[in-house]
Design a protein around this ligand. Structure first.
Ligand code: ADP
Ligand code: MG
Length: 691
């Protein structure tokens, strides 16, 4: 969606509604305001976009004689009698009859108000869930209202909203009705509504909150889904457009790239070569590169990062390469050192565990006008880290970082120029996501694994077969290979996870006294962790027992066996990532997925996907179907696709027409964009907040 630049001056007048905030509605005090805030409702439009989860049909009362336990019922009748029962629990009982039968209403909490309204002879309409009581069917604490004998029934369905403790449906209903009566800004022009076949906002909200019985709600929902997807698309398009207006440093391909390539023990695959050419070309231009490099685990992304960094350094710029975990950052630092050993390149490492003295030293270097490569964790981007000539940012396993973080990084480079950005990920991006969450990026795909890779044989085993598994480790290690044992305990504290890993490590050491076993988990001091990894990499350890800290990036080609405990608890994408730690050399490799019996049918199916497929894209697709986007993106990214009303799994087919609408709006009615973004996007994603 990068058509003609949009002119968006300060002149845009916001058609803010008056009043705009919920506390301006009558009946909203501090307490209600706080409860609404828990539902993310702050403005009137938030309130109106808080749609019912379902509706009750209270338009037609049911006959008491036909009620059944468990059903939600609306009944209307006359109060026969009223009494306060002093049984086990004091309660107010009221018998209602409608000619067809009699029904008991039971209240445990009641006031003099109840006694007045429930007087014998009064006509009531009640709503509640029918249950069995001692004397037959009854309603416990029904909602009720006094009616004139033949008064009109409500003409519309009654909304049931998602709510929070202590916030009654009736409160939400009253507030919504109040809000619906206020003038409401329609953000689209009549022309736009007609062109894209949309109902007016007023009509949609009125209908979705109070639909007449038997209304097809889909065209009304469509309009809101459309509007929400559109605002998300536009915000990403604007981010992209805005970023492209900056100037990035021009970096010609470096004469040192070829010699590095020649010194490698392998040649690049065709896919790697193609992507390298794309990056080299991007870096040589003044438009900031914003490229997402996607390649399955083991596809060989790191070497491309090395070559890109070299191009930037040799053009006189600084490079920052960020990894999500210390383990990975440390390993990349080693890899860069190895690959670039024969060349003079200044390499620095920075993590939250770097000593104060070392840190100051590195900061001083970065502040100087000298080309270098700085590597590390997110510590690289803390506010006190000032780069002097930052020309390229590389982020590995970018799906581990939030999109807001990604966008914020661009601000690091100073006023006048923007660094190029290379984002790497092993997570395949389904088309839907490429069109939404990543709409501001160009995408390159390494769609080919290095030759001679053998697919990792994957076996699914119950925990009872542990002995066999241990014997297998013994054999493999005696043959000079190495193995991983991954302990997983999700949803429990990291501390527990580490304890579990310690216990398993001890157990395995007892069972396999002849092997050298190392332990890596999140609670180890980073120097100790690095030492263990180093020892494993150097072949001094046979077996590495670890938590999922080794999930991303760890590269030890001699490791040919991985055991994953409680595999059924992890997502497929995560298991695929873990499995990617083996099969990185050209030896036949195995992954044993241990599960705790009994296993549900669905879990069986899920694990079978891994046994049958090595294609990260297909696996992610299946995961998406089985568990949704959160799983694929990791929790940090989910905010991005956490739409209020739209659901990408359901609404993806709308994306093409939404994109078209976005282009039309940018071209013909750009002044309408800002209010739209303000209605739908609250995070820092909104255009203009990021920079
Ligand atoms: P990932 O894409 O998962 O980050 P890495 O960059 O860690 O993968 O590469 C995995 C392994 O494959 C490394 O040991 C790397 O040196 C090696 N490798 C990379 N490219 C090739 C290639 N073209 N041929 C053979 N091995 C390669
Ligand atoms: Mg990697």
């Amino acid at each position: 969606m990068n058509s003609a630049p949009v002119r968006m001056g300060a002149a845009v007048a916001l058609p803010m509604q008056t009043p705009s905030f919920v506390h301006q509605l009558s009946g909203v005090g501090k307490q209600t305001q706080a409860k609404l805030a828990r539902l993310q409702i702050e403005t009137i439009s938030d309130l109106l976009l808080h749609l019912p989860v379902r509706y009750q049909d209270r338009t037609r009362p049911q006959k008491i004689a036909q009620l059944q336990a468990g059903q939600e019922a609306v009944v209307q009748g006359v109060v026969d009698w009223l009494e306060i029962s002093q049984g086990k629990r004091r309660s107010l009982l009221c018998l209602l009859s409608d000619g067809s039968g009699k029904l008991l209403l039971r209240f445990f909490h009641f006031s003099s108000q109840h006694l007045k309204l429930l007087k014998t002879g009064n006509h009531l309409r009640c709503f509640g869930e029918v249950r069995y009581g001692h004397q037959g069917l009854e309603l416990v604490h029904p909602e009720y209202q006094c009616v004139v004998k033949h008064s009109d029934q409500p003409a519309t369905l009654t909304p049931i909203y998602p709510t929070t403790d202590g916030l009654h449906q009736n409160t939400l209903r009253k507030l919504t009705a109040q809000a619906l009566a206020l003038p409401l800004a329609e953000l689209f022009s009549p022309d736009f509504l007609q062109r894209f076949d949309l109902f007016s906002l007023k009509q949609c909200l009125q209908t979705l909150h109070y639909p007449p019985p038997n209304t097809d709600l889909s065209p009304y929902q469509y309009r809101l889904i459309f509007e929400e997807l559109l605002s998300q698309q536009l915000s990403m398009a604007l981010v992209r457009q805005k970023a492209r207006q900056f100037i990035a440093p021009q970096m010609q391909a470096s004469p040192r790239q070829q010699p590095v390539l020649h010194s490698l023990p392998f040649t690049l695959t065709r896919a790697q070569q193609r992507v390298l050419a794309e990056i080299q070309h991007d870096l040589s231009r003044t438009v900031p590169m914003q490229r997402l490099l996607q390649g399955d685990v083991g596809a060989g992304k790191t070497i491309l990062a090395v070559l890109s960094a070299l191009q930037a350094v040799d053009a006189g710029y600084q490079v920052a390469m960020m990894s999500p975990t210390e383990l990975l950052a440390e390993q990349h630092y080693q890899t860069f050192r190895d690959f670039l050993a024969a060349y003079t390149v200044d390499l620095y490492y920075l993590s939250s565990n770097t000593s104060q003295k070392q840190r100051l030293y590195v900061l001083q270097k970065l502040a100087m006008n000298q080309p270098c490569i700085a590597m590390g964790t997110h510590a690289l981007f803390q506010t006190d880290v000032q780069f002097n000539r930052l020309g390229l940012i590389i982020i590995d396993e970018q799906h581990r970082f939030g999109v807001t973080q990604r966008l914020a990084l661009r601000a690091k480079s100073g006023e006048n120029h923007h660094p190029h950005q290379l984002l790497m990920t092993a997570t395949p991006i389904p088309r839907t996501l490429a069109m939404t969450a990543y709409a501001d990026l160009d995408v390159s795909v390494i769609d080919e694994l290095p030759p001679n890779r053998q697919p990792v044989q994957t076996v699914v085993l119950p925990n009872e077969r542990r002995e066999t598994v241990i014997a297998r480790i013994r054999t493999v290690c005696q043959q000079g290979r190495q193995a991983y044992w991954v302990c997983t305990l999700i949803e429990e504290s990291e501390a527990l996870q580490c304890q579990a890993a310690q216990a398993v490590c001890q157990q395995l050491q007892n069972a396999l006294p002849q092997l050298n076993i190392g332990l890596a988990h999140g609670r180890l001091k980073s120097a100790d962790k690095a030492a263990v990894m180093q020892a494993f990499k150097a072949g001094k350890l046979h077996l590495l027992v670890a938590t999922t800290v080794i999930e991303v990036g760890v590269d030890v080609p001699n490791a040919s066996l991985m055991v994953i405990e409680n595999a059924e608890r992890l997502g497929l994408a995560q298991l695929h990532q873990l499995r990617g730690r083996v099969g990185r050399g050209n030896i036949e490799s195995y992954c044993l997925l241990l599960y705790q019996a009994p296993l549900s049918r669905q879990s069986h199916q899920r694990l079978a996907v891994l046994r049958e497929s090595h294609d990260g894209f297909l696996i992610a697709q299946r995961d998406l179907e089985l568990r949704g986007f959160g799983e694929i993106l990791g929790s940090k990214q989910t905010g991005l696709v956490a739409f209020k009303i739209a659901d990408l799994r359901r609404d993806a087919p709308l994306l093409p027409v939404v994109q078209q609408a976005g282009r039309w709006l940018m071209q013909h009615e750009p002044q309408r964009i800002t209010p739209l973004l303000q209605r739908w996007l609250k995070t820092g994603l909104v255009y203009g907040h990021v920079y």
